[in-house]
Write a protein that binds this ligand. Structure first.
Ligand SMILES: NC(=O)c1ccc[n+]([C@@H]2O[C@H](COP(=O)([O-])OP(=O)(O)OC[C@H]3O[C@@H](n4cnc5c(N)ncnc54)[C@H](OP(=O)(O)O)[C@@H]3O)[C@@H](O)[C@H]2O)c1
Length: 250
């Protein structure tokens, strides 16, 4: 699929109301795709619809609900799925977590990746379709103030690679890719984490960010989603995303 070929296609984006998901909606919609956007808060979704008009269909639902994944894939037969919904982890060191707070990203992010990957393979999506899941740079580096976040995001990457292998084995022609963004203060989820890590280092946020290089913006994440969705030449796999762009991980 080239960027031009996205015109007239249907995409489903979870986490569509803000942050990276909202930026992915804008990028895909800008390329001419009809976008179904999933998030739980209908008011924030309504803002996106007010901006994008009839090319955006809001669906207020839990992206980690297996019924939601199955119903939306059956109803819309998307050729692009972007899994950008994710729970904001409680920013505390390990011993200040309960099991419930520690496992939150497993219940949301990992369940989402599992259900949507499964449904994409079972239906199956049409050949040439693509599923892009947001993992995190924390899947490589760890995330000691976020409970089970880093492990959950590593599992999202694994699930995506398992999906790619099953697609290949069955000759389905569905691409499964994961994207691992660097931590950025430019979204609500990222801003909370940056504030926590800065405080732990005894630094203010500006000084902390100055140690980390250029900040990744949601617009860059939206462009990266577009590149991955359109990039026939990009192999299925995992991609690190920084302000410098996408870099394939081995
Ligand atoms: N920002 C970073 O620094 C960073 C770095 C690496 C990876 N990531 C990953 O990138 C993805 C997007 O993060 P973000 O920073 O854009 O987060 P964000 O600004 O907090 O936005 C999260 C979006 O997901 C939706 N959402 C949360 N739980 C949901 C659920 N169960 N069902 C449906 N929608 C749900 C939210 O809307 P509702 O609350 O209304 O549902 C919102 O639209 C996440 O997977 C995150 O882990 C972020």
């Amino acid at each position: 699929m080239s960027a031009n070929q996205l015109s007239g296609t249907t995409a489903i984006v979870t986490g569509a109301s803000k942050g990276f998901g909202r930026a992915a909606v804008a990028a895909l919609s800008g390329a001419g795709a009809a976008v179904i956007g999933v998030a739980r808060d209908p008011a924030r979704l309504a803002n996106a619809q007010a901006e994008l008009g009839s090319r955006f269909t809001p669906v207020a639902a839990d992206a980690a609900d297996p019924v939601v994944a199955g119903q939306l894939i059956d109803q819309y037969s998307p050729s692009v799925i972007v899994l950008a919904a994710g729970a904001a982890p409680l920013s505390r060191p390990l011993h200040q977590h309960t099991w419930s707070s520690f496992s939150r990203n497993w219940e949301v992010d990992v369940q989402q990746a599992f259900h949507w990957t499964r449904e994409a393979l079972l239906r199956p999506l049409a050949p040439g379709s693509v599923v892009i899941a947001f993992s995190s740079g924390a899947a490589i580096a760890g995330s000691p103030l976020s409970g089970g976040y880093a492990g959950a995001k590593a599992t999202v990457r694994f699930i995506t690679s398992y999906g790619a292998a099953e697609s290949e084995r069955a000759g389905l022609g569905i691409r499964f890719l994961s994207v691992l963004p660097q931590l950025t203060p430019a979204t609500d989820l990222g801003a909370a984490a940056v504030a926590a890590y800065a405080a732990r280092e005894g630094m203010d946020v500006a000084d902390f960010l100055a140690t980390r290089g250029p900040v990744l913006t949601p617009e860059q994440a939206g462009d990266a989603v577009l590149e991955l969705a359109a990039g026939q030449t990009l192999s299925p796999g995992a991609y690190l995303l920084t302000a410098a762009g996408l870099k394939e991980l081995q």
